[in-house]
Design a protein around this ligand. Structure first.
Ligand SMILES: Nc1nc2c(c(=O)[nH]1)N[C@H]1C(S)=C(S)[C@@H](COP(=O)(O)O)O[C@H]1N2
Ligand SMILES: [Mo]
Length: 404
């Protein structure tokens, strides 16, 4: 973070670019620095069963969680962000729902009802679900795609059957290389490619990879994948197939559009440890694990605080499942840094709460920064490693407040 960037953050904190007619709706929940069009179109709106979230598009529904709901380690179901690629999203009757498990690398294909899926030994994992495109709206220059701010992320306790147990029952053969996933949603037009994804067989057999039917102790909300979705802890949410209906073990790399044509990063540019080798080439490779990231939930940008009064800075940090081991906080625009106090450890895939107290001693604008790092030495960065889809945006950004 250089001085120019810190000052840019300070200038933006006045909402100078906000279109006047929606200033009221935008102020206080839209982050600064997004493409100008976002300030004209984004609104607070509620989908059925959900609180008011930041609506970025309606068809397909893309709704971001306001930072107000990201103050605690567990994100409430009705405030959890919603992301879809395709606009036809059927309401599923769980009594009719079936999950097909087959493919050429399954010796004993089967079809499961919810009662049968629930009969597998249940497992739980607390895990962050983050869109690969989270914070894409802050790419400079701006890039195409849903212009997410910081709220395309949430954390929940997921309960379900282990994918490895279900694949075991379907007679997974040794020659399987990938597991292909499909969900019940589909395109409005036939020529739009259906949203299908694959994961490497090793990741599918990981103990933490679940077919979840519960989220924070309740059935999944419709818009988060009812009645069942895949949970791939540590990996970005593109693989977390919602309304899952088909699982296929295959012997050749899956060549669907959403694998070959999207969710890819330049090969070798990011410090990730896990690679999806059967889908990688010399130019690009699928995005896999999340890199360390954090957010400042409180104070809110633009908050007015008193000089000389103690102030608690509070936020969340997460990574790809190695475990957050420190969050550094600066309350002077990056000149000096202190170690934040970490909250309870809810497991290596979970949000980690953190806090830091300080007493503002000068009047004027103050830029607060947070930088998270993990046990394998990965850390947030000062400058985005530019890539055409704006993935892996874990740039340290200022939250600017006013001391009076
Ligand atoms: N069936 C289905 N599953 C899906 C998607 C989708 O479009 N359809 N989008 C994926 C992507 S890219 C993301 S970021 C997450 C979002 O999960 P959420 O809507 O529960 O927050 O769902 C994933 N699973
Ligand atoms: Mo996503």
């Amino acid at each position: 973070m250089d001085r120019r960037q810190v000052l840019a953050g300070i200038a933006g904190a006045t909402f100078a670019g906000t279109a006047p007619r929606l200033a009221e709706a935008a102020e206080g929940f839209l982050s600064r620095g997004l493409p100008p069009g976002e300030y004209d179109t984004a609104m607070l709106a509620a989908l059925p069963g959900k609180k008011k979230l930041i609506k970025l598009s309606y068809r397909p529904p893309n709704y971001e969680t306001p930072l107000d709901y990201l103050r605690t380690a567990i994100t409430p179901n009705d405030a959890f962000f919603v992301r879809y690629h395709l606009a036809v999203i059927p309401e599923i009757d769980v009594k009719e729902w079936k999950l097909k498990v087959g493919g050429e690398a399954a010796a004993t294909p089967l079809t499961l009802t919810m009662a049968e899926l629930s009969a597998f030994p249940p497992a739980t994992v607390t895990a962050v679900c983050q869109c690969a495109g989270a914070r894409r709206g802050w790419s400079e220059p701006h890039v195409a795609g849903v212009e997410w701010g910081p709220g395309a992320v949430g954390n929940a306790v997921w309960k379900g059957a282990r994918l490895k147990d279900v694949l075991g029952k379907a007679g997974l053969r040794k020659d399987a290389v990938e597991i292909v996933l499909d969900g019940a949603d589909g395109p409005v037009l036939d020529k739009t490619p259906d949203f299908r994804k694959s994961i490497p067989v090793e990741k599918a057999l990981d103990d933490n990879t679940l077919i979840a039917y519960e989220m924070n102790g309740a059935p999944l909300p419709h818009f988060n994948g009812f009645p069942a979705r895949l949970i791939v802890p540590g990996w970005v949410a593109t693989y977390w197939m919602k309304h899952i209906t088909d699982i296929a073990a295959v012997t050749k790399p899956f060549d669907g559009f959403w694998m070959k044509g999207a969710y890819r990063i330049p090969t070798g540019k990011f410090p990730v440890l896990q690679h999806f080798l059967t889908q990688a080439n010399a130019v690009n490779e699928p995005i896999t694990e999340m890199l360390p990231n954090s957010l400042i939930a409180s104070p809110a940008a633009g908050a007015r605080v008193s000089r000389g009064a103690g102030l608690e800075v509070q936020g969340l940090a997460w990574d790809g499942g190695y475990g957050i081991d420190h969050v550094d906080v600066s309350t002077d625009g990056g000149a000096t840094w202190a170690d934040a106090e970490l909250g309870k450890d809810l497991g290596r895939f979970s949000f980690r709460e953190w806090r830091h107290r300080f007493t503002p001693d000068k009047q004027g604008k103050v830029a607060i920064l947070a930088r998270a790092g993990n046990r394998v030495g990965q850390s947030q960065v000062d400058t985005l490693i530019f890539n055409p889809a704006g993935y892996h945006n874990n740039v340290v950004r200022p939250t600017v407040i006013e001391v009076a």
